[in-house]
Design a protein around this ligand. Structure first.
Ligand SMILES: Nc1ncnc2c1ncn2[C@@H]1O[C@H](COP(=O)(O)OP(=O)(O)O)[C@@H](O)[C@H]1O
Ligand SMILES: [Mg+2]
Length: 470
């Protein structure tokens, strides 16, 4: 049926709408102001937001190379995350801005490295959770105790500043209001991250020019303020000192500042930097090692993946570790970590007749063969200087790592099914480390205490609860 313009308007009026619908406009950051918006920006359902906040705070301390502790405040009114790192730079107003929801994504981690943070979003989630729930926030660093108040207009006010004896590291006290649910497992993502940080070996080198495709390298230049190109280049592997000067000269960018570099110049610069740097072999990235879950069988697989939308592509080395143990009750269960911290995207395992399938985080594939009678707990950690993500909540896209995940999980599951043929960990080590294992079992398999447990990474399916509380 065809209507003329006038007929269409008349019909519209009869049904209560006009062609001139009102327009509503919001700043992106306004989503951080409510719990509903926050779950959208953070990528986890409401009931897991408190757990995410503590993980973000722990991740920041761990990325700072520090030792981190997370615990409840003595009066149980909230939580405290403390590290012995560098502390946070700046006057109280600078710190208030870092903890404000309307700031741009600010990060010292845009240079690609196997770190936990990468976006500059974590502290906005922390602040948003405090604002949305009506909680409170205190940051103590560099001999100052700074009480902060996140405001609805997106800024954060400094309520008070007190001189205290706290010369090393950062201490963050966070209390949530009653609308944000907490339970006995609120600390566990953070504690798992702390535990995985203590083990094995880590990459101590610089970011490599091989780890950027041309488009992301150009983005890095754009995000670098007024930094001279030479200074940025000197931060890359193989490009320090005099070499930085030679590289910028080769790209004709001797006096240029980063944001002025055009795309073709960025390509030339990237190629010049690569000519000076050898590719980092995956083994140099280090690994967590078998001790993370001493009663599990362990496997490790190395790989290199090409990423990116613009040539030259990034050549990303990575390490996949898998731990598996056979269990006597409950369903097969899967947890993924990226750079030693739990990935908060939705991921779960399902069984078919001959295998274990993984669904979520870019996967919907068989990841191991196993007899249908056997059930397993499986942990995977991917160490990589660049994990493709599909949301601001850092939901990883694990697809580029699929082949190596399949190889590592298959090997670990095979060994777990025949323990005598597999685990490299001695009985003595198992006995010695039994207390931490018990802790970790509860850490990584907890139920949220409310709904939705089986759809959340690191939450056990309800049938696994008795196992989870060993
Ligand atoms: N505990 C800390 N110690 C030192 N610096 C920190 C700490 N927490 C946050 N920062 C600084 O604040 C920045 C922003 O943190 P965040 O919003 O979590 O983003 P990201 O971790 O992705 O960089 C970090 O890049 C880091 O420079
Ligand atoms: Mg962070």
């Amino acid at each position: 049926m065809n209507f003329t313009h006038d007929e269409f308007s008349k019909i519209g009026c009869r049904f209560g709408f006009s062609q001139k619908a009102p327009t509503f406009e919001r700043e992106d950051w306004s989503l951080f102001r409510t719990l509903e918006g926050l779950q959208q920006r953070a990528g986890v359902p409401k009931n897991l937001l408190s757990r995410l906040v503590l993980k973000e705070l722990a991740d920041n301390g761990l990325d700072n190379g520090a030792e981190v502790t997370v615990q409840s405040l003595p009066d149980k009114s909230g939580y405290v995350v403390e590290d012995d790192g560098t502390g946070i730079n700046g006057v109280p107003e600078d710190i208030a801005r870092l903890f404000s929801i309307n700031r741009p994504m600010v990060s010292t981690k845009l240079l690609r490295l196997p770190t936990r943070g990468a976006l500059g979003n974590g502290l906005r989630v922390v602040t948003g959770a405090v604002l949305a729930s009506g909680g409170s926030l205190v940051v103590t660093t560099r001999n100052r105790r700074i009480e902060l108040c996140p405001e609805r207009d997106g800024t954060t006010t400094v309520v008070s500043v007190e001189a205290v004896e706290f010369p090393v590291g950062t201490r963050i006290e966070v209390c949530f209001g009653p609308t944000l649910s907490c339970d006995e497992y609120t600390l566990y993502w953070a504690r798992l991250a702390c535990r995985l940080a203590q083990l094995g070996t880590q990459y101590l080198g610089k970011s490599s020019p091989w780890w950027y495709d041309a488009a992301q390298f150009h983005e890095l230049l754009f995000a670098s303020g007024d930094m001279p190109v030479r200074e940025l280049i000197a931060n890359l592997d193989g490009c320090s000192g005099g070499k930085a000067g030679e590289i910028v000269a080769r790209a004709n960018l001797e006096r240029a500042v980063c944001p002025d570099v055009t795309f073709p110049q960025a390509v030339k610069l990237l190629e010049a930097a690569r000519a000076n740097a050898r590719q980092v072999q995956p083994k140099r990235l280090g690994a967590v090692g078998p001790q993370a879950f001493p009663t599990c069988a362990y496997a490790i697989i190395y790989g290199v993946a090409s990423f990116g939308s613009a040539r030259p592509p990034a050549e990303i080395p990575f390490v996949v570790e898998a731990w598996a143990e056979e269990k006597t009750e409950g369903d097969t269960w899967l947890c993924a970590c990226v750079n030693r911290t739990p990935a908060t995207g939705d991921l779960h395992a399902a069984r078919d007749k001959r295998g274990i399938d993984a669904f979520g985080c870019g996967l919907s594939y068989n990841i191991a063969k196993a007899s249908s009678a056997a059930q397993f707990n499986i942990w995977v950690n991917v160490t990589t200087p660049n994990m493709p993500i599909t949301s601001d909540g850092k939901a990883p896209d694990l697809k580029p790592f699929l082949k190596e995940i399949q190889a590592a999980v298959s090997k670990a599951v095979r060994k777990a099914h025949r323990p005598e043929g597999g685990s490299r960990v001695s009985q003595k080590a198992i006995v010695l480390d039994n207390s931490t294992t018990s802790l970790l079992r509860s850490v990584v398999t907890v139920n949220t205490g409310s709904t939705n447990a089986s759809s959340c990474t690191s939450s056990a399916p309800s049938s696994g609860m008795s196992w989870a509380r060993i």
